[in-house]
Write a protein that binds this ligand. Structure first.
Ligand SMILES: [Zn+2]
Length: 56
């Protein structure tokens, strides 16, 4: 199951997604989190690439 931690991409943040159903779900949840918690209205491509690489 895909897991992702905000800390994995260098954020000082305790947010984590555990046992998502798919990588797409992780990316969607990460996008919502980035908007609400980090003030990113859209995720820049370099950050999206880091997120994808950090999903495991
Ligand atoms: Zn975060």
């Amino acid at each position: 199951m895909p897991n992702f931690k905000c800390a994995d991409i260098g954020m000082k943040c305790g947010f984590a997604i555990n046992n998502a159903l798919s990588q797409e779900e992780v990316l969607q949840e990460a996008q919502v989190h980035a908007r609400l918690a980090h003030g990113m209205s859209t995720i820049p491509p370099d950050v999206a690439a880091k997120v994808s690489a950090a999903i495991h």
